[in-house]
Ligand binder design. Structure first.
Ligand SMILES: Cc1cc2nc3c(=O)[nH]c(=O)nc-3n(C[C@H](O)[C@H](O)[C@H](O)COP(=O)(O)O)c2cc1C
Length: 383
C-alpha cells in the first residue's frame, strides 16, 4: 500500500479527536522534500523508507478570544496526535516524536527551515512525527480503534444513574500508549465525593455565566453554532447537540436569543445566570468529576500536547468502558474561577482540563469534521 493511503486512513481516525468548539485547529504537513527532511532531522533519526509529518496549529483555525484558549489549542492538537499515532501503530508503523521545542535547543541550524515550513503552510509547528513501516498491519486493532473513535462523543446530557467502581476507575486511567507520546506530567484525579461535587457545582453556578456574558468570548463561540441542520458544515456544533432536540421555531428563537448583542442585553434579566444554573445542575447530578492538572504554571507546548495525547487515551478508555466526558472549560478560562476550583481540589498544580464523567445514557451519532484534504498538505520535492 502506498504511504499516502495509510496517511489518509490514519487522518480519518485522528480527525475524530475532540477540540474546543469543534474548531479542529490541526494541520498536518507531509514533508516529501528530501532536502527539507535532512535539514530538519539528522540522518540517524530516521531510516531510508521513513516518512516525516509536521503537526502544527493551523493559524487560521486558532481560537483567540481568551488567553487560555492557546492551551486548549495545544491540548486539542495533542488529542489529534494521540489518535494519529495509535492509527499508525495499528497500521504497522513505528512512530518517533521529535518535539519542536527541544529541536530548537538541540539543532538551532534547523530553525530557519522549520520557520519557512511554518510560514509556507500557515501553522505553528508542534512536533515532527517520523514513521517507519515495521510490522504487518493489525486489522483487528485498527477496526477496534475506528469503532471507538466513531462512537466517542462529548456527552452534554445527564448521565445514566450509578457511579464507577474502583476497578473501572483503574481501567479508565490505564496506559496503553508510549510515554514518549503521552508524557508523565499530567496528573488525573477522579473525584467521587458528593460533597466536593456539590461545591464544584456551586462554583459552576457562580462562574459559568462568564462564558455567556463576555461579549468577546461569546462572539467567538457563537460563530461555531450551527442552527440549520440541513446546511452542510464541517466544524462547530449544531444547536441540538448542545441543547437537545428542538423544533425549527424554537431553534430560530434561540438563534436570536443567543446572538452576542442580544445576550448582552439579556444580562439585565440574568439569562446568562440561568444558563449557568442549568450547567451547574448537570454537574451536581454527576457521579464523578475528572480534574487534570500539570505541576507548574510554566506550561511548555510539548507538555501540553503530551497532556492532550494522554487525555485522548483516557477518553478512549472511557468510551470502551461505556463512560463519557463533558468538559467544562469555562472554569479554566478565567483566573478567578480556576483559582477557586484549584483550591477546592486541594492540589498545587494548574488544572488544564475539567470535565463531568459518567455512564453514557444516550448516544449522539452526529459529528462534523473537516475533509481529509483540508487537513493534510504536502511539502513536495523542490527541483
Ligand atoms: C480542550 C477542550 C475543551 C472543551 N471544552 C468544552 C466545553 O467547555 N464545553 C463543552 O460542551 N464541550 C467542550 N469540549 C468538547 C468539544 O466541544 C467537542 O469535542 C467538539 O464539539 C467535538 O465533538 P465530539 O467530542 O462529540 O466529537 C472541549 C473539548 C476540548 C478538546
Amino acid at each position: 500500500m502506498e504511504f499516502v493511503e495509510n496517511l489518509l486512513q490514519a487522518v480519518d481516525i485522528a480527525r475524530q479527536a475532540p477540540s474546543s468548539h469543534n474548531c479542529q485547529p490541526w494541520k498536518l504537513v507531509h514533508i516529501e522534500d528530501r532536502r527539507m527532511r535532512a535539514q530538519l532531522l539528522p540522518a540517524h533519526a530516521w531510516a531510508e523508507h521513513g516518512q516525516l509529518l509536521l503537526l502544527g496549529i493551523d493559524r487560521k483555525r486558532t481560537l483567540r478570544a481568551l488567553p487560555s484558549l492557546a492551551l486548549e489549542m495545544q491540548l486539542s492538537c495533542g488529542m489529534f496526535l494521540g489518535l494519529l499515532s495509535a492509527a499508525f501503530d495499528a497500521l504497522g508503523f513505528h512512530c518517533n516524536w521529535h518535539w519542536l521545542e527541544m529541536l530548537e535547543a538541540q539543532a538551532p541550524a534547523a530553525m530557519p527551515f522549520l520557520q519557512s515550513l511554518e510560514q509556507g503552510h500557515g501553522c505553528r509547528g508542534l512536533v515532527l512525527l517520523a514513521l517507519q513501516p515495521q510490522r504487518v498491519p493489525d486489522a483487528t486493532a485498527f477496526a477496534g480503534l475506528q469503532d471507538s473513535v466513531r462512537q466517542r462523543r462529548t456527552h452534554r446530557a445527564p448521565f445514566a444513574e450509578g457511579s464507577c467502581s474502583d476497578v473501572v476507575l483503574a481501567q479508565l486511567l490505564e496506559r496503553h500508549w508510549p510515554e514518549q507520546l503521552t508524557g508523565d506530567q499530567l496528573h488525573l484525579r477522579v473525584e467521587r465525593s458528593p460533597a466536593l461535587i456539590a461545591r464544584a457545582a456551586d462554583l459552576v453556578r457562580q462562574f459559568a455565566a462568564l462564558d455567556f456574558s463576555s461579549y468577546r468570548a461569546w462572539k467567538e463561540t457563537y460563530r461555531y453554532l450551527r442552527f440549520d441542520p440541513r446546511k452542510p458544515a464541517e466544524d462547530g456544533f449544531y444547536l441540538h447537540s448542545l441543547m437537545g432536540p428542538m423544533s425549527p421555531l424554537r431553534t430560530r428563537i434561540m438563534q436570536c436569543v443567543l446572538a452576542p448583542e442580544v445576550m448582552q442585553v439579556l444580562r439585565i434579566v440574568r439569562v446568562p445566570h440561568n444558563m449557568a444554573a442549568q450547567l451547574a445542575a448537570l454537574v451536581e447530578d454527576s457521579a464523578q468529576l475528572l480534574l487534570c492538572s500539570l505541576p507548574s504554571d510554566d506550561l511548555a507546548s510539548t507538555v501540553m500536547v503530551q497532556a492532550g495525547a494522554r487525555l485522548m487515551e483516557v477518553w478512549l478508555n472511557a468510551q470502551r468502558l461505556g463512560l463519557a466526558l463533558h468538559p467544562l472549560s469555562v472554569m479554566l478560562q478565567h483566573d478567578r474561577a480556576r483559582g477557586q476550583l484549584q483550591r477546592l481540589a486541594g492540589g498545587n498544580g494548574r488544572i488544564v482540563f475539567f470535565a463531568r464523567l459518567g455512564a453514557i445514557r444516550q448516544r449522539h451519532g452526529e459529528c462534523l469534521r473537516r475533509p481529509l484534504a483540508a487537513i493534510i498538505e504536502t511539502h513536495g520535492e523542490t527541483v
